[in-house]
Each structure stands twice: as C-alpha cells, then as structure tokens.
Ligand binder design. Structure first.
Ligand code: HEM
Length: 418
C-alpha cells in the first residue's frame, strides 16, 4: 500500500529544525500522530523524519540508505571536517571504520580508564584550591588532557586551555548561527593546522609517536588503494578522535546534574556495585539531550511503511525521540537507571551514539570509551570526592544544541575523600 505522509508545511523548515532543536521531530510526531512525516530542509529539499526501532532498522540498512551528500557544508566546516568518515559509504567506509575500531581494543580501553583516573586525581587537587569550580569548563580541559595522552598527541600544559576551547568549539558550533558558528570555523582551521603539521613531522621521521596510538595508526593508515591519507584528511580523522572525547564533558555535566537532581541516586550508587554505575551511565545517555538526530540520504528507491522513499531524499533518524519512545521505554520522561536491569541489548532501540553495527555501519566507534570515562566519573563523584552545589541556574535548554546546564554546573568546597 501507499499513502501520503503528514507534511510539515513550509518551503524550508531548516530554521525550525535548528531552533526547535531536540523536540522538532517529536513535536511533529505528536501533532501528526505518526512516527514518520515529510518536511523540507537544506534549501527546500524533501526530507523524511522518522523515529523508533523499525525506522532505525531501515536507516542503518546500507542497501537503502547512504551518507554521501547528507552532511551540509556548515556541518563539514565545523564538527565533521571535509572528507571525514561520517560522509563515506561502502567498502572504503568499512576499511576506514576498521581503523577506528582497531583503536578500541580491551587494552586501550583499560588505558583510557587509567589515564582518566590519574587526570581526576590531578584535577581534584587543583579543584581543592579553587573557590568555585565550573565543572563543564574544567571537564573540557580534563578531557583534552585525557584525549591527547590516549591518542599519542603531545600537549604542553600552557596550550591545554586553548586546545580545549577549540575542540569544544567544533561541537558547539555545528547547530549555531553567528559568532558561535564562526568560532567553530576558526577552531577547525586552527586545530587542523596543529595536527596536520604533526602528521607531516611523523611521516618525515622528525617526530616520534608511540605505536598503537590513534595518532600513529592514522598517520600510517593506508586506504583501499594502498595510499596514505593526505595529511589534511589524516588531521581530520585524528580530530575525529580528540573532539568527541572532549565532548564527553557534556555527559560529565549531565552526570553531575543527575546526582544533584536525584539525590537518592548518590546513595544507591554508593550502596551498589559496578553494575549499577553502568546502569546509571546508560540512563544519563538515554535521558538527557545530546545528539538530536542522524542524517542520511536514500540510496535507491524503496517502499516502506506506505511511503515511497525516492533516491536522493534526505532521511533524519530521530535519536532523541527514539531514546524517549513510549513503545520502547516505560515512563520515558522519568530518570530511572533500574530500567537497565536485565535489559537485552538491541542495536536499534537505544541510540544515544547511533545504532546498528559498529563495523559495517556508522554507529559511534567511541561508545565503549564514552561509557568507561563516564563510569570513572560517577565513581569519582560519588566515592572519591565531596563537593557542594551552590544555588545556580541548572536548567538545560531543549533548543540549544548541544544542551548543557545553564550555569555549566558550579561546585564549591571540593574535597578529596580519604
Ligand atoms: C559517530 C555520538 C563519543 C567517534 C557518532 C554518531 C553519533 C555519535 C550519534 C553518528 C551515528 C550515525 O551517524 O549513525 C557520540 C556521543 C559521544 C560520542 C554522544 C559522547 C561524547 C565519541 C568518541 C569517539 C567518537 C569518544 C572517539 C574516540 C566517532 C566517529 C564517528 C562517530 C569517528 C563516525 C563513525 C562513522 O561514520 O562510521 N557518534 N559520540 N565518538 N563517533 Fe561518536
């Protein structure tokens, strides 16, 4: 059967999408009473927005859906970079994805845990001497330090703040207009120059880098034709490791917010074991807004659920909406880590970092690393330190992308627990 989908009227709804943010798709799904509707985006192009487990299965079917031409220029000029893995398809994508996945072995995840513990030790010492700690700003630096150590990128202490601000500007600018967007464009130029120079130095033998690190593996990676990446693209991919590690700062702020807003969680975590820490982390990733949606294009015509998907049409998978979908989650608007007790993993119904298969598709290769860093964070905040949360504006916006507590989460009287 075929049927006409509900249409979000208007010649181009890009502005509404950017300004309504996380709820753009959910709002219309609720209004139309359907999980799928049609709209116009990116200069009036037809786009299908959909949510839910079955939609995710279609979205991650590479026979039907491709990434080529899906990311608009303003995204490539900020968060992604030009010719990044996010924009690739088929055999060349799988080959480059294997490079990213090879960095996520059990041992290198253990390394990141140890590095993270060490950095928290250093930062708690620093925070003990500060009157006011703005957690999001501090986490950016903490994570820049973790990212560079783990990836094999040398970082001098006195450039930490600059690099942290640049890497954060890359993800802060993608959905922004005006100065916030331009800061991202400048940050992209500056950080690509920084890493490109390093790649050239490594290849010419003027700089040493430890084997197995992201910097080393990307510098010497050969594509399906046996060629090295040009140094610009190599820099883009190293930044594809550094930037999202720094983005975990958003989740650190939301972990702290959840511990504050749901104080019973603090005790529960202390009483329970590791398994509960992970359930708490999963619920933070489900509950709070981070990535709003993933975008792709129809690869070839197909009929699904009554709709004719036409080659080239844009397709947006509602990530935030699927993580709150009433068919998947009981009382989706409640924060409740217990919902992850005995939950069967399903690659299509819990999508904070995308869905489907890591190796074959575009699902985030950094998902395990993110969970590990968040678990160390929860352990640190509940068992390793004490702090007070003074009165401040902790509201977070549903239209600013990425969202963050307004005050960036301020802590006072930070003390190490002995
Ligand atoms: C892809 C989210 C952390 C590296 C993605 C996607 C999402 C995502 C939604 C796209 C999925 C899709 O297009 O279908 C996040 C969030 C993170 C995070 C919310 C938390 C901060 C990381 C980390 C790394 C990383 C720590 C690396 C160390 C990547 C790369 C891709 C990706 C390289 C592109 C994969 C591909 O196109 O095949 N991430 N990510 N991310 N992420 Fe993450």
């Amino acid at each position: 059967y075929r049927e006409q989908l509900p249409i979000d009227k208007g010649f181009d709804n890009s502005f509404a999408l950017m300004t309504e943010g996380y709820k753009y798709i959910t709002n219309r799904r609720e209004r139309f009473g359907r999980d799928m509707f049609e709209t116009r985006l990116l200069g009036g192009q037809k786009a299908i927005c959909f949510a839910g487990k079955d939609a995710a299965k279609v979205f991650y079917n590479e026979e039907k859906i491709m990434r080529k031409g899906a990311a608009p220029k303003r995204i490539r000029q900020t968060i992604f970079g030009e010719k990044a893995i996010q924009t690739m398809d088929g055999a060349s994508h799988k080959h480059r994805k294997a490079l990213f996945m090879s960095l996520m072995s059990h041992e290198s995840l253990e390394d990141v845990v140890n590095i993270t513990r060490n950095e928290y030790d250093n930062f708690i010492l620093k925070w003990e001497g500060m009157e006011r700690v703005v957690l999001f700003e501090e986490s950016k630096q903490l994570l820049t330090s973790i990212a560079c150590k783990w990836a094999g990128v040398p970082l001098h202490k006195n450039e930490m703040k600059q690099r942290a601000n640049e890497l954060a500007a890359l993800f802060d600018s993608a959905a922004a207009f005006g100065p916030r967007h331009w800061r991202g464009r400048q940050a992209r130029n500056s950080s690509e120059r920084w890493i490109k120079h390093m790649i050239e130095q490594i290849r010419s033998g003027n700089m040493e880098v430890q084997e197995g690190t992201a910097l080393h593996e990307i510098a010497f990676y050969r594509d399906t034709s046996g060629n090295l990446l040009n140094s610009q693209i190599a820099a883009v991919e190293v930044i594809n490791i550094l930037r999202p590690i720094v983005a975990i700062a958003v989740y650190i702020a939301f972990c702290a917010l959840a511990l504050h807003d749901y104080p019973e969680q603090m005790n529960k975590i202390k009483e329970k074991d590791d398994a509960y820490d992970e359930m708490f982390v999963q619920e933070v990733r489900r509950y709070y807004p981070f990535f709003p949606f993933a975008a792709a294009r129809v690869r070839r015509d197909f009929l699904w659920n009554g709709h004719d998907f036409k080659k080239g049409n844009l397709v947006l998978l509602d990530i935030y909406g699927t993580n709150h979908h009433p068919d998947i989650w009981e009382r989706p608007w409640e924060f409740n880590p217990d919902r992850f007790t005995d939950r069967n993993d399903d690659p299509f119904d819990f999508l904070p970092q995308g869905g489907g298969d890591y190796h074959k598709g575009h699902r985030c290769p950094g998902e395990w690393l993110t969970i590990e860093v968040m678990k160390v964070t929860v352990d640190t905040f509940t068992r390793k330190m004490e702090y007070e949360v003074p009165k401040q504006n902790l509201n977070y916006s549903m239209t600013r992308m990425p969202s963050l507590p307004k005050s960036r989460f301020v802590m006072t009287n930070v003390k190490r627990k002995l």
